[in-house]
Design a protein around this ligand. Structure first.
Ligand code: SAM
Length: 249
C-alpha cells in the first residue's frame, strides 16, 4: 500500500470548489485563492499519513469534510466583519488555512499545542503563498493570559477540540469586545449550547445565532454556534486545563 494519495487535478478541483463555495454562500474564488486552497489539499494528501496529521486521507473526503466545513466557517467570519481570527486547536490547519486562503484581508493565527502541527501549518502556508497566516505552538489556556493575545482578535473559532463549555473558556478570552466566537459542532450543538448558557454568561458572551448546514453526501447536520463577546472575561479565565475539564463552567 502506498503512503501517499494523489489529489484531483487542478481543473477537477476548481469545478468541485465552485460548487462548494456556492453552497457555503461564498463568492466564486479567483484563481489565486483556488491555487492556495489546492496547495493546502495536495500537501495534506502528501503528508497526512506520513506525519499522522488527520484521520482523513482520501481526496474526496478532504474536500467534503475539511474544505466544506472550512468554507462555511470562512463565510461566517466574512459576515462578522472581523479583521483577525485565531483558530484554537487548529491541527493540520482546519479551518484556519482555507479561511486565510479565501479571506486574504483577515489576519489568521492558528494555535495548537503540538509543535509538529504548527510547523506543518507554517510550511504549508509558505508553500501555498498564504501570507496572512501564522501558526503558534502553545496551549490555549496559557496563551489566553498573554498580553499579546488576550482580547486581541476580532474572531476566534474551533473545530473538534472539546465540549462547548470547555471551548468557551479556552477560546473567548482571545476575543475583543464586539468580536465573535464561532464553534463548529455536529448533532450535539443545540444541547451543548443549552448546557453552556451559564459558561457563556460568566465569560461575557451571548449566543447570537446558530447556522445549520450540511455537507454533500453526508446525512448528519452541522452547526456554527456564533457567540458575541459583550464584555471582558475575568482575569481568572481561562483556568488551568485540569480545572477547566474537571469543573467546566
Ligand atoms: N481543528 C482541527 C480539525 O478540525 O481538523 C484539529 C482537531 S484535533 C482533533 C484537536 C487539536 O486540538 C489537536 O491538534 C490538539 O493538539 C489541539 N489541542 C487540544 N487541546 C488544546 C489546548 N488546550 N491548546 C491548544 N491546542 C489544543
Amino acid at each position: 500500500m502506498t503512503e501517499e494519495t494523489t489529489f484531483f487535478t487542478y481543473d477537477v478541483f476548481c469545478e468541485k470548489l465552485s460548487s462548494l463555495c456556492r453552497r457555503a454562500g461564498l463568492k466564486e474564488q479567483e484563481d489565486a485563492a483556488a491555487r492556495k486552497l489546492y496547495t493546502v489539499c495536495t500537501r495534506l494528501c502528501e503528508c497526512s499519513r506520513r506525519f499522522n496529521l488527520t484521520a482523513i486521507h482520501d481526496p474526496e473526503e478532504i474536500l467534503r469534510k475539511h474544505i466544506t466545513d472550512s468554507l462555511f466557517f470562512a463565510a461566517a467570519i466574512e459576515k462578522s466583519g472581523a479583521d483577525s481570527l485565531i483558530d484554537i486547536g487548529s491541527g493540520a490547519g482546519f479551518p484556519s488555512l482555507p479561511t486565510a486562503a479565501v479571506l486574504p484581508s483577515v489576519d489568521v493565527c492558528a494555535l495548537d499545542s503540538t509543535a509538529k502541527k504548527t510547523v506543518y501549518m507554517k510550511e504549508t502556508a509558505i508553500g501555498a503563498g498564504i501570507s496572512n497566516f501564522r501558526s503558534v505552538a502553545a496551549r490555549a489556556e496559557e496563551a489566553g493570559h498573554t498580553g499579546a493575545m488576550r482580547e486581541a482578535f476580532g474572531a476566534a473559532g474551533a473545530r473538534a477540540v472539546a465540549n462547548l463549555r470547555v471551548l468557551l473558556e479556552l477560546c473567548t478570552p482571545f476575543v475583543r469586545r464586539g468580536g465573535v466566537f464561532v464553534a463548529m459542532k455536529g448533532e450535539s450543538a443545540k444541547e451543548e449550547a443549552r448546557e453552556a448558557k451559564s459558561a457563556a454568561k460568566l465569560l461575557g458572551c451571548e449566543l447570537s445565532s446558530i447556522a445549520e448546514y450540511s455537507v454533500p453526501d453526508l446525512s448528519d447536520k452541522r452547526f456554527l454556534l456564533i457567540y458575541q463577546k459583550i464584555s471582558p472575561a475575568k482575569q481568572l479565565y481561562p483556568r488551568n486545563f485540569s480545572q477547566i475539564t474537571k469543573k467546566p463552567l
